[in-house]
Design a protein around this ligand. Structure first.
Ligand code: SAH
Length: 253
């Protein structure tokens, strides 16, 4: 399947979801607490790979004077984010920006907080840290969720899956060492619970699949995507003791 078709179909499957990756409002708030920022300050915040804004809206609610730039590659997601921000009464403080996380246009040292849930894997953890660090002021905070092995020695099937999909998957100890080498000090770490994956991501996506297949009836690419996502959900259900998203909150040195 060509890249354009894949992207168009993936956006169509996921744009009506409350979120485009595993997570929850509670986990976003929990990570924000670990950031130990002055919540009443006029913070400058970026939500990178924001999708339709699940975390952006929580941040806007919890940081009442913050200005948030919500960045995603796909304008289709940002349009929905803008509508949701409007409905929540926070549109004035949220700017959307369609650009790639590989070439963000923030000024050096201009951010107090760089947020990214379920998205840094698109550029890679180590590369993302290096690329985004300059946008933070010294003392500014990075909060990212990243695929993490929960224990060493995963079974061959899931190890092979992740070696193919995202070879940067590693244990939290290894991820923290990468953060420290990249010029960050860890403020906190926790693991996203299964409900963030199943109740908030896979089950809602599975509910949207029949209508998605109907919209794209006769297109083998749509069937292919549904099969791919079902397989991914199945792997998670089977191997959830072995991997999850780790949430890493760290301060720029
Ligand atoms: N943070 C959201 C979305 C996670 S899904 C949530 O938790 O719900 C990953 C997001 O990264 C998608 O919205 C996708 O469009 C975006 N993305 C993928 N590659 C990107 C890139 N190169 N630059 C910017 N955004 C990208």
């Amino acid at each position: 399947m060509d890249e354009q078709t894949l992207i168009r179909l993936l956006v169509d499957l996921h744009r009506d979801g409350a979120r485009q990756g595993p997570g929850s409002a509670d986990e976003t708030r929990r990570a924000l607490d670990l950031a130990r920022l002055d919540r009443g300050a006029r913070l400058r915040v970026a939500d990178i790979g924001c999708g339709t804004g699940a975390s952006t809206l929580v941040l806007a609610d919890r940081l009442p004077r913050a200005r948030i730039t919500a960045v995603d590659r796909f304008p289709g997601f940002l349009e929905i984010l803008a509508e949701r921000a409007h409905a929540a009464g926070v549109a004035r403080r949220i700017e959307t920006r369609a650009e790639s996380m590989e070439s963000l246009s923030f000024a050096a040292g201009s951010l107090d907080l760089a947020w990214s849930e379920g998205a840094i894997y698109n550029i890679g953890f180590a590369r993302g840290l290096e690329a985004w660090r300059p946008f933070l002021r010294p003392g500014g905070v990075l909060a990212v969720s990243e695929i993490t092995w929960l224990r060493p020695g995963p079974p061959a099937e899931i190890r092979r899956h992740w070696e193919g999909e995202y070879p940067e998957i590693a244990t939290a100890a290894e991820k923290v060492a990468i953060l420290e080498r990249a010029g960050f000090d860890l403020l906190g770490y926790f693991v996203l619970p299964p409900s963030s994956w199943i109740d908030n991501y896979y089950r809602p996506a599975e509910k949207r699949m029949p209508a998605f297949l109907e919209r794209h009836a006769g297109r083998p690419e749509a069937v292919e995507i549904v099969e791919m996502e079902r397989r991914e959900a199945e792997l998670y259900r089977r191997y959830q003791d072995w991997f999850s998203y780790g949430f890493y909150v760290a301060r720029r040195r």
